[in-house]
Design a protein around this ligand. Structure first.
Ligand code: CTP
Length: 403
């Protein structure tokens, strides 16, 4: 779900070299359907022209209380009321200081003081200024006032010479706004969703495994859909190449079906909804050897396989005995007799829904960005056209939420 659609965002820009990045923020917000009203400080205008900003946002840029052209009065109170959120990015030490101390000598700070909704602040300055006790005290004052300070994650800093104080990347800033609206108004708030995703790798020897072509794209799209609607996601991921945009509350990376089973059972009691998208290997080599298997002179060789646990079926059994209601969703990737097989799996694994995709449909299946699905419940079936995996995820979650 795109929870920025139709949102009113006041973007405050100050006099930092990072001001050009505000263009990317505006572009990203507008692309997601938000309406952006830019307020810039006099120092900010030294770094970026209002013409650029108004072109990107399709709105005039507010720089002063009075427009020098027509003398019209810009009301900070109106802006504060209009906004669903205010974002100050980049925020210099000077503006942060004015915000913290109520020094309302420009339109940006007066708007801040009148803002009714959440304010986000993305500091941008050099390390010494950022570390200074006065800057830190001002940031603490803003935090105490309920503002959200957006900084790059600590892990990323080590690799950056500029280090702390550098403004967070525009995409991540936008993500933080999306997370905020998800938590504030998402229709899955308070729900916990466990999702299995990706293939499993079953070891043959230290360098070889049995696997499949699953990339995890569909599962990650579902994880993002749930998080964009405010759900807490527990992601149990096989060896995937795909990644979610939002950060799951819990992520367990596993390799084999057995490990995926263990991780799923560890968290299943917390879940309100379990979605099993993983392409779990049905069999594994009985005894993976510890030494690399040599070719030697064998003309052929046999691998003895044993059956893995069925995670979805185990979740279905757990559901029968658990006191807490649990909605279970499975996937069925079929190559033939899809409808019969999917309905059979629904019953056999005690699932509430099964999402069938067929390898016979072009654009469906592993690795593609699109999918074509039919969603079965015990009493209903609904076939959807070919769509992006993000849209398919939205259809699946809508079906669950509506029921
Ligand atoms: N599944 C699982 N654990 C397994 C096998 C499958 O959790 N060991 C889940 C999948 O994540 C999917 C559903 O069960 O949600 C159906 O997977 P699929 O491989 O189609 O089902 P199988 O029971 O393996 O049936 P078959 O291979 O005979 O088609």
């Amino acid at each position: 779900m795109n929870n920025l659609k139709g949102k009113h965002i006041v973007l405050g820009i100050t006099g930092s070299i990072a001001a050009y990045k505000a263009c990317y923020i505006i572009r990203g917000l507008v692309k997601r359907g938000a309406e952006v009203q830019t307020v810039i400080t006099p120092a900010g205008r030294e770094f970026i022209t209002p013409v650029t900003l108004s072109t990107l946002s399709s709105n005039p840029v507010i720089t002063e209380f009075f427009s020098s052209r027509d003398g019209s009065w810009h009301s900070h109170v109106d802006l504060g009321l209009w906004a669903d959120a205010m974002l100050v990015a980049p925020a210099t030490a000077s503006t942060i200081g004015k915000m913290a101390n109520g020094i309302a000598d420009n339109m940006l700070v007066t708007t801040y003081l009148s803002a009714k909704e959440q304010v986000f602040v993305a500091p941008a300055m050099d390390l010494d200024m950022f570390r200074h006790p006065s800057t830190q005290r001002n940031l603490d004052t803003l935090r105490a006032a309920g503002d959200i300070i957006i900084e790059p994650a600590a892990g990323e800093l080590a690799s950056h010479l500029i280090g702390k104080g550098r403004m967070e990347e525009p995409d991540n800033i936008i993500l933080r706004l999306e997370e905020y609206f998800a938590q504030k108004e998402g229709d899955m708030r308070g729900k916990t969703v466990l999702i299995t995703v990706g293939p499993t790798h079953e070891k043959i020897d230290p360098v070889r495994f049995i696997g499949n072509y699953s990339t995890g794209k569909m599962g990650m799209a579902l994880a993002d859909e749930c998080m964009s609607r405010g759900a807490k996601v527990i992601l149990i991921a096989g060896p995937v190449t795909a990644a979610p945009r939002f950060t799951p509350a819990v992520r367990e990376d596993v390799e084999s079906a057995e490990q995926m089973y263990q991780a799923t059972m560890k968290y299943i009691a917390e879940a309100d909804i379990a979605i099993m998208t993983a392409a779990v290997a049905d069999y594994r080599p009985e005894d993976p050897v510890t030494e690399k298997i040599k070719r030697e002179k064998k003309e052929s060789m046999m691998l003895e396989l044993v059956q893995n646990k069925d995670i979805a079926a185990a979740v279905g059994r757990f559901k029968q005995t658990s006191e807490k209601p649990l909605v279970t969703v499975g996937f069925a990737l079929e190559t033939s007799d899809g409808f019969v097989n999917a309905q059979d799996k629904l019953a056999r694994k005690n699932l509430d829904y099964i999402v069938m995709n067929s390898l016979q449909d072009a654009g469906a299946g592993f690795g593609t960005d699109t999918n074509k699905v039919t969603i079965f419940s015990a009493t209903d079936e609904q076939t959807f056209p070919l769509k992006s995996k993000a849209e398919v995820a939205e259809d699946i979650i809508n079906t669950i939420v509506e029921n």
